[in-house]
Design a protein around this ligand. Sequence first.
Ligand code: 13P
Length: 248
Amino acid sequence: MAQKIVAGNWKMNLEKEEAFDLVNQLNEKIEESTVRVIAFPPSIYVLPISKMSQGKFDLGVQNFYAKSAGAYTGEISIPQVKSVGGSIGLIGHSERREYFQEGNEFLKEKVDAALENSFEFIFCCGEPLEVREVGEELNFVKKQLEESLFHLSAEQMWKAIIAYEPIWAIGTGRTASAEQAEDMHANIRSWVEEKYNEETAKSVTILYGGSCKPENAKELFACPNIDGGLIGGAALKADDFCAIINAF
Ligand code: 13P
């Protein structure tokens, strides 16, 4: 069965004291649950947060580079992330695709690097509004998966976590309806089944992201193919984030 996850992507928000304050609140407020919680703070905070952590959540980075070391100014590598307490990274967030021109081939290299380094990853996919408006969202998302993820073996695919984040729902307050999200998630699972097998499809975790809030989390998480959420804005407030965790 797919593991249930609620992950918080803090993006480029919070200065040091604010970040530490949020961590203290999370340490206090996250209750024992069967849901795995992950925080993706800005990477410069991973080391101090790993020291503050009480084991209630795993720590990850919002971005990393596929090479292990060398002359790549401004980048951070997986071994570096692991050495400061990070165990998982986001790959292919739409903001990286849009503002930093990260394409499917480049993202595939990160997927391979993560697997080579025994580093977990959440692979993000999702369509822009103009694609949904012409009814092409399934083809668009399938292509993202085919070009960056579906070269993996079944055994490797078991380790993948997918996040569907429709771009038109990110930071806009306009969530995908539970029906729209479930439809895409069911399709993603069926493509994994077609490409691999039923067991692999059942085991792959598929998260939803895009204006997920305490008010809509319950309905989204009740859908059979939605295994949790990748939360942006609402992850910056401990009460909201914990309410989303508790929505399971
Ligand atoms: P919001 O929850 O702010 O819409 O962001 C979603 C997201 O991009 C998480 O990665």
